[in-house]
Design a protein. Structure first.
Length: 420
């Protein structure tokens, strides 16, 4: 691997600006260019156990719980996930910590030298830089969260020891299409011939199981090789080797917790029940049912498609505890807005909405149309104004749920901090 001197000429902000303008398209699926650079830098094989996680929803929370358990077991762990919410450095965690900005500058400089004349998208450049950071360290495990799809995602250049598909639903139709079976095949594109695979949704589309069978994967699939048994206050996991009982219910999706235990089985790890229970009890991730304040109660969630909105709706009555629910929602223009808000219509008393800026943004009119059957809908020119009005309307008998996009949650986090 080429030795690269630390770059002192660009700040992290300068590098990110450069990355945004370096390629003709923000999203450009395909492995030819990124694989060429990775091979030049010997970045396709890492001296660590690699777990690659794909899926429509649940990737980030699955990665976070697996990371937490591996760290508790005493292992050295690197995690790459996206998108970030407030700070680009959130995309890489090494032993539970965000690397300093200077490390990112060094990694970007290294990839800039390796790529030569090869053009890379923002995500491809950042993925290679993260892998380069992992390669510089002695790690036991590296967890890679797929950005989009799977087969053609930049993370797929690294050979995984375990490949995970959490869920499959229709999303990102501009890139993956609307055929759910084809979307399943794209996500199963991270599977390897005779490799270890975990499939986390018991109702997964058949194409994922078919891909696993065609590749002769050593499969652990929910509802097939492992199962979840629910009781009133606890739940149990029954796999082929691992069995855990009396586990606590998490706030984040139970199916993702079971997926993580299946990954542990594939890795031939057997955490003590107390360690596992503690990790599940403390499982949290920024932007996923995140409490921003208690009085008034404000919760933010990055739910931005029908499947994630259904889970949010399932949790909302318990979160609200009898309070009236006020919603702040803003969504990107390429999302299925009508199907996303549908599960929440009967739960939300008042809606405050706006558009989002940027290439995939909109003025909020389409969202307003999707909420035409709701009784109280207030549309504002900016998210900041929508947040202020929604927040000011709260009292002890109401709560605010913020959702619709990573961008919505990110801006709300900043607005919330300024209101403290």
């Amino acid at each position: 691997m080429a030795t690269v001197k630390p770059s002192q000429s660009r700040s992290l902000a300068d590098w990110l600006c450069y990355l945004e303008n370096q390629h003709h398209s923000a999203i450009d699926l395909g492995l030819e260019r990124v694989a060429k650079v990775a091979q030049t830098g010997q970045l396709t094989q890492l001296n660590a156990n690699v777990i690659t996680v794909a899926g429509t929803n649940g990737k980030g929370s699955t990665c976070a719980l697996l990371e937490q358990i591996l760290l508790a077991l005493g292992y050295k762990v690197g995690v790459y996930s996206s998108p970030h919410i407030l700070d680009y450095r959130e995309r890489v965690r090494i032993n539970g910590e965000l690397p300093p900005a200077s490390d990112f500058c060094d990694s970007f400089a290294a990839i800039e030298e390796l790529r030569a004349e090869t053009s890379l998208s923002y995500f491809e450049f950042g993925t290679l830089a993260a892998i380069w950071l992992f390669a510089q360290r002695s790690l036991d495990y590296v967890i890679l969260e797929v950005g989009l799809g799977g087969r053609l995602d930049a993370t797929n250049i690294v050979e995984p020891d375990v490949s995970v598909v959490t869920t499959v639903a229709v999303d990102h139709v501009d890139w993956l299409g609307s055929d759910i079976q084809q979307i399943g095949r794209e996500k199963a594109g991270i599977f390897r011939n005779n490799g270890k695979a975990v499939i986390g949704d018991p109702a997964i589309v058949s194409s994922v199981l078919e891909c696993s069978k065609q590749l002769n994967c050593q499969q652990l699939a929910a509802g097939h090789e492992y199962s979840i048994l629910r009781s009133q206050n606890t739940w149990s996991f029954e796999g082929q080797r691992l069995v855990y009982s009396a586990l606590p219910y998490p706030r984040l999706p139970l199916s993702n917790a079971a997926t993580v235990i299946a990954v542990l089985e594939q890795l031939e790890l057997s955490p003590q029940p107390s360690l596992l229970a503690d990790a599940i009890s403390n499982w949290q991730l920024a932007g996923r049912l995140q409490t921003l304040s208690q009085q008034p109660l404000v919760i933010a969630d990055v739910a931005h498609n029908p499947q994630s909105a259904e889970y949010l709706a399932s949790q909302l009555p318990e979160l609200a505890q009898g309070r009236k629910v006020v919603a702040l929602c803003a969504m990107l223009g390429d999302k299925d807005m009508a199907s996303t808000v549908q599960p929440l219509l009967a739960l939300v008393d008042t809606w405050h909405i706006s558009g989002l800026s940027g290439p995939r943004g909109n003025d909020g009119s389409a969202l307003a149309q999707s909420l035409s059957v709701a009784k109280r809908v207030y549309k504002y020119p900016t998210l900041a104004e929508a947040y202020t009005r929604a927040h000011n309307s709260l009292d002890d008998d109401s709560m605010l749920i913020v959702f619709g996009s990573f961008f919505t949650v990110a801006e709300t986090l900043e607005l919330s901090a300024s209101h403290q």
